[in-house]
Design a protein around this ligand. Structure first.
Ligand code: SF4
Ligand code: SF4
Length: 210
């Protein structure tokens, strides 16, 4: 019989008396380091629904769909964390810089892949002339606030901010601050269209024609 080498014996004795290197998960929670890359988390206050993170996601774990409906048009941003590789591109490319951040959540195992998705909804702003999607209402308001006085060069941003104020009840008598796409004006451009929320195409046409 081969006898164990001295080095192996030393390792065995050291392993018996030293603290363990593994955790007792799931009997005890496993605490990961602060910089651990776990499941991305949206911040509902700081995410404006612009979709920039969707464009930089390499695995299509983030997707977006615009559902245009007369009464309420919404953008749905879906995060599938079963296909996320925790690369952090979404966090790095976020327009507001804090709309999505990787968390320390790592225990994401499950038996049902369909439940490994979360959907975030944002109300869309449509062009009041042609009904095309401009972006989310929250994004337009964020742009207005970011631009400060420069926003006064863009009536659509001013009107979007105004509409948000009416909606939040700080606009006075409670009447609507913006027209819905169903109230869209006649097709031909008119001077009063300057005071509508327009998509870039309609704005360009308006500036050329009038
Ligand atoms: S961490 Fe990477 S893979 Fe996961 S959602 Fe963000 S960009 Fe996509
Ligand atoms: S880039 Fe940021 S603000 Fe835009 S949708 Fe993604 S998380 Fe939200």
């Amino acid at each position: 019989m081969r006898l164990p080498k001295l080095r192996e014996l030393k390792e065995a004795v050291r392993a018996v008396v030293s603290p363990r290197f593994t955790t007792r998960f799931p009997a005890e929670p496993c605490i990961v380091p602060d910089r651990y890359r776990g499941k991305p988390e949206f911040d509902p206050d700081l995410c404006v629904g612009c979709g920039a993170c969707v464009n930089v996601c390499p695995t299509k774990a983030l997707t977006q769909v615009d559902e245009v409906n007369g009464d309420r048009s919404i953008r749905k941003i879906t995060l599938r964390y079963d296909t996320c590789i925790f690369c952090g591109n979404c966090q790095d490319g976020c327009t507001t810089e804090r709309g999505i951040e990787l968390s320390n959540q790592w225990d994401l195992a499950g038996l049902d892949r369909e439940s490994m998705a979360e959907v975030h909804e944002h109300e869309l702003q449509l062009c009041e002339k042609c009904g095309a999607v401009i972006g989310t209402k929250k994004h337009l308001v964020w742009l207005y606030e970011k631009l400060g006085p420069l926003a006064y060069t863009n009536p659509s941003l001013l009107l979007a901010k105004n509409a948000a104020l009416w909606k939040n009840g700080s606009g006075g008598n409670g009447s609507e601050g913006a027209k819905t796409p169903t109230e869209a004006a006649p097709k031909e451009m008119q001077t009063r269209d300057f005071m509508r929320i327009l998509c870039p195409k309609c704005k360009c046409e308006l500036n050329i024609r009038l």
